[in-house]
Design a protein around this ligand. Structure first.
Ligand code: PMP
Length: 422
């Protein structure tokens, strides 16, 4: 097999990457390859596959919906699946309004634009935006600007607007000096907030793409306190962390945060269809209702509120709400196996949150470009497990439906792969 002459793969350097594996199908946690192999999808296909692949109730809901109404322009029209989904997500998030888009990046763009314009509609010129070091919010321009600068954004640097950047006091098992680092971060936030601030955006509890970096809920509550005192808006980017990943339905709930805006995607449709949702408080929504046409939120995507996506999301929510123990109790499944792994001399800075477990390999630089990740990926593939480490950060983020023996197989593959490292 060789690279296809007409495809361009995401985040892939063809000069060094292995050729893509051809997949014919997927069931549950298993990817079925053309060459007959079966691989455990231990990262939920870029964190989207929530329950498992080809989950029958979601597939059936999409099929039923496709025969009723597959798509309709969402300006001038509304429909049942969108209304039901908005009603349910409003109740679950505590944020009363749902604005639809297509993916995680657009869900963030929408949150940013709502926050920014809301202040202007109020006649306020608050300009500062605050985000954290190591943040990742997506690959479109606004989302890139909010994210920290990295090899992902370097070529576009001149086009990205400035954001005040606060340290992210991430932690792990056996951490030291954490209080000091949290205090320093809060001190810097206090200084930043002396400038009139429109909003702060945060990946609550866990930064994903920068290396599964977790903070304490108590730190985020202090951030929230300072923010609310300044009047600035809080945007929770739950694109990765939403829908049970952190052990609660939403990370903001686990951390006891009350954001003004919440960006959702990935698990929203159970991982079946691309869809983004930005939840906004009623207060923000009301700030756009005016006789003045320039107060309108002039933003819309062709596939806004796609009925198939809504049907998938409703079926996925049913599954989540029928089996809350599947996400609430997931952490306890990781911990004993992680403890075992942490005995290995090259395994450092172990952490776990809900369905997500991560550690760093003491091998070369702490960097996305550290080749040890590719080596671990290759070795685990030999044991039937698909992983995609972020440089020397190795993590598991499996679908909720993974069986105990499959999870065991993932840890077994990791044990073996690490033992093979030079
Ligand atoms: N925000 C966060 C926290 C994410 O993890 C991601 C994707 N990894 C995004 C935004 C962007 O989502 P998408 O890739 O769907 O545009």
């Amino acid at each position: 097999m060789s690279w296809h002459p007409h495809l361009w793969h995401p985040t892939t350097q063809v000069a060094v990457a292995p050729e893509p594996l051809r997949v014919l199908g997927a069931r549950g946690c298993l990817l079925e390859l053309e060459d007959g192999r079966r691989l455990i999808d231990a990262i939920s296909s870029w964190w989207v596959t929530l329950h498992g692949h080809a989950e029958p109730s979601i597939a059936a809901a999409i099929g039923r919906q496709a025969l009723e109404l597959e798509q309709v322009i969402f300006a001038n029209f509304s429909h049942g699946p969108a209304e039901q989904l908005a009603t349910r997500l409003a109740a679950l998030t505590g944020l009363n309004r749902l604005f639809f888009s297509d993916n995680g990046s657009t869900a963030v763009e929408v949150a940013l634009k709502i926050a920014w314009q809301w202040w202007r509609n109020q006649g306020s010129d608050r300009r500062q935006l605050i985000a954290f070091e190591g943040a990742y919010h997506g690959d479109t321009f606004g989302a890139m600007a909010l994210g920290d600068r990295s090899i992902f954004t370097d070529p576009y640097d001149a086009l990205l607007f400035d954001v005040a950047r606060i340290p992210w006091p991430h932690t792990h098992w056996g951490d030291e000096n954490l209080e000091q680092r949290e205090a320093e971060s809060l001190r810097q936030l206090e200084i930043a907030l002396q400038t009139p601030t429109a909003a702060l955006i945060v990946e609550p509890l866990i930064q994903g793409a920068s290396g599964m970096r977790m903070v304490r809920a108590s730190f985020l509550r202090e951030v929230q306190k300072l923010l609310k005192a300044s009047g600035a808006l809080l945007i929770a980017d739950e694109v990765m962390a939403g829908f049970g990943r952190t052990g609660s339905l939403f990370a903001s709930q686990r951390a006891a945060l009350q954001p003004d805006l919440m960006a959702l995607s990935k698990g929203l449709t159970g991982g079946f269809l691309p869809m983004g949702a930005t939840m906004a408080s009623e207060r923000l929504y009301q700030g756009f209702i005016s006789e003045n046409p320039s107060h309108t939120f002039f933003h819309g995507h062709s596939f806004t509120a796609n009925p198939l996506g809504c049907a998938a999301a409703l079926a996925s929510l049913d599954l989540l709400q029928q089996n809350p123990e599947r996400f609430q109790q997931f952490e306890a499944r990781h911990i004993p196996q992680l403890e075992q792994l942490s005995l290995h001399s090259q395994v450092a800075r172990v952490r776990c949150l809900g369905t997500m477990a991560a550690f760093e390999l003491e091998s070369g630089a702490n960097s996305y470009l550290n080749p040890v990740g590719r080596l671990i990926q290759r070795l685990c593939l030999e044991k039937g497990v698909f992983l995609r480490p972020l440089g020397n950060v190795v993590y598991l983020l499996p679908p909720l439906g993974i069986s105990d023996s499959q999870l065991q197989q993932c840890y077994g593959a990791l044990e073996w792969a690490i033992s093979q490292l030079p």
